[in-house]
Design a protein around this ligand. Structure first.
Ligand SMILES: Cc1cc2nc3c(=O)[nH]c(=O)nc-3n(C[C@H](O)[C@H](O)[C@H](O)COP(=O)(O)OP(=O)(O)OC[C@H]3O[C@@H](n4cnc5c(N)ncnc54)[C@H](O)[C@@H]3O)c2cc1C
Length: 537
């Protein structure tokens, strides 16, 4: 069953290894475990619903059950995590609706409009920026879960277009397509729970974006229901007929309406796929090679480059303790010592395509003093590619907090941006006498630049409030660095609440005004997910 107070399936446990614990204790000090609230304690805090009596409730389309409302109150951001663990949720939705089709979504929006109810579209609830959290409001709040709209509705094999119910999660997207020999190839790390509608509404990026593209390239059209009416976006391969309406809904974060059907561009499943790991002696060689791979457009399906500290940390987390020294020594003999950086890359396609992509990549890798260690590490990456979110639990049990943040900048700024973000985070808790362990990778590369994805681990304070204060300090300092370097405030996580105050720096006054006008057009009473994306504070 899905965890109510953390990530993923509650039958999956990945406790912190003793050696990883020791490594962290040496790096930032012994952890400080905090006491978790129980499900029963939190359910007891859910207030009675404020929704008016209505047939939609009595017929079961809307649930006012307290456990249901609790399970749809928070996403997966770090403040969400603290709220769930402490039991201090603050605000709960007044009801959760489970529509099965667009007509029911229309009924729900009419009910909301007629009765002055705020509406939060809910996909997989995997938001890491506060997207789906109800805000304190004098109006009742209805969360609309899309989980029952989870079917492949149509597959046009001639045009490679698949139509899905917007609530279809990653595994169901792929299994329903695989039954016909097709794939979407969109694998955000939240793949097991996030949904196709959520991907569109928050502009997500999958691990193999190099081959398949981000959701912007995959989203071909679909259906949207708003309080003001319905909108069908037809699938057209390309058009010069004015601004593209699809763009309005990508990144709309539930502010303009509910996406009910999503049409995506799919491909026949590739014949072959393999992942490889190579090592470079240092960051300069590594990033130069990765940039060249991106700019010569070698047809890989993914590239991920870990910096020195991430490479070292990955060894501590993923490599069996008895093998770390042997691996370190073997790499060192081949020229990759303490400053080594690890690159993981994927080849996907026909046999000939994969061979070509591999050989072209290795030419550049070798030119920059990189080398491979065989196929084992690539296979391990593939096996574990969706497991690392579970590590938050293992760390938490030992009193450590972990979070990530990300941006994207042009190649000319990638290294300085990465270093400055890391320095800012490392120093963020100096005044509290606390250390932070920080590391980074580049996970999505483009001709023009790259994403920069930073992970940080710090010790919990003695209280939940103190732990939140530590996180806030780190987040603020790092976000200011991102803005200073003119990076995007989010390459793939979206805006929600946590990034909203930094959005005007990126979009400018006229840009924000234009987005606000669009929201007002589709939602004049500002009932749709208020407080997200655009925030007046
Ligand atoms: C462990 C972990 C790993 C992650 N890895 C990645 C990653 O690799 N790449 C990446 O891009 N993101 C990643 N994310 C972030 C998150 O998964 C994405 O933002 C994802 O696209 C959210 O999808 P969802 O279905 O869970 O949407 P939700 O979290 O439910 O909602 C997100 C936003 O979209 C709106 N929304 C959802 N469905 C609809 C709909 N049908 N109509 C209108 N609005 C809707 C919601 O109102 C909300 O504003 C990760 C998150 C976690 C927790």
């Amino acid at each position: 069953m899905r965890r109510w107070n953390g990530w993923g399936d509650d039958s999956k446990h990945f406790p912190l290894k003793k050696t990883t614990h020791k490594f962290l204790a040496n790096a930032i000090g012994e952890g400080n475990p905090l006491k978790d609230a129980t499900f029963e304690e939190v359910v007891a805090k859910v207030p009675d619903t404020r929704l008016p009596e209505h047939a939609l409730i009595s017929t079961g389309l809307i649930s006012t059950d307290k456990a249901d409302r609790l399970r749809h109150s928070r996403g997966q951001s770090f403040p969400d995590w603290l709220a769930m663990r402490s039991g201090e949720f603050g605000v709960f939705p007044d009801g959760v609706a489970y529509p099965e089709n667009s007509a029911q979504v229309r009924e729900l929006l009419k009910f909301a409009k007629d009765n002055d109810i705020d509406v939060i579209p809910y996909g997989g609830g995997t938001s890491v920026v506060g997207h789906i959290n109800p805000e304190k409001s004098s109006r009742p709040v209805l969360t609309v879960s899309m989980e029952r709209m989870n079917q492949l509705l149509d597959l046009d094999k001639e045009s490679n277009i698949a139509t899905f119910g917007a609530g279809t999660p990653g595994p169901l997207v792929e299994s329903q397509l695989a039954a016909h020999g097709y794939t979407l190839g969109h694998y955000p790390q939240s793949w097991e729970l996030s949904t196709v509608g959520g991907w569109v509404a928050s502009r997500s990026s999958g691990q193999q974006s190099l081959r398949y593209g981000r959701i912007e390239q995959l989203f071909a059209g679909g259906n949207i229901e708003s309080t003001e009416g319905s909108l069908d976006i037809p699938t057209i391969p390309a058009s010069s007929a004015g601004p593209d309406i699809r763009e309005l809904f990508m990144g709309s974060e539930g502010r303009m309406g509910i996406i009910t059907e999503v049409k995506v561009r799919v491909l026949p499943i590739a014949k072959k796929e393999a992942f490889h790991v190579v090592f470079f002696p240092n960051w300069v060689d590594a990033i130069t090679a990765v940039r060249k791979i991106a700019q010569t457009k070698i047809p890989l399906s993914m590239v991920r480059l870990s910096n020195e500290v991430e490479t070292y940390t990955q060894f501590q987390i993923a490599v069996p303790p008895q093998a770390i020294t042997a691996l370190d020594t073997a790499l060192s003999i081949r020229g990759a010592g303490k400053q080594k950086c690890m690159m993981t890359f994927g080849v996907t396609g026909s046999k000939a395509h994969c061979k070509f992509a591999y050989e072209q990549t290795m030419k550049i890798v070798k030119k920059h003093k990189g080398f491979t260690t065989g196929t084992l590490l690539g296979k391990k990456w593939e096996e574990n590619r969706f497991k690392s979110p579970y590590l938050r639990h293992g760390l938490w049990e030992k009193g450590y907090a972990v979070d990530t943040l990300e941006t994207a900048v042009d190649w000319s700024k990638v290294t300085t941006t990465m270093r400055d973000i890391e320095t800012a985070i490392t120093k963020a808790l100096d005044s509290m006498g606390e250390k932070v362990h920080v590391f980074t990778h580049l996970s999505h590369v483009y001709n023009q630049g790259s994403s920069v994805y930073t992970t940080y681990i710090f010790r919990c304070a003695d209280t939940y409030e103190g732990t939140l204060e530590r996180w806030q300090k780190i987040k603020d300092t790092a976000s200011k660095e991102i803005v200073r370097h003119v990076g995007t405030i989010s390459h793939q996580h979206g805006v929600g609440v946590d990034h909203a105050k930094y959005l005007p720096a990126e979009k400018g006054e006229m840009g924000i005004g234009a987005i606000q006008s669009l929201c007002d057009y589709f939602d004049p009473k500002q009932q749709m997910n208020p407080g997200k994306l655009l925030r007046k504070e």
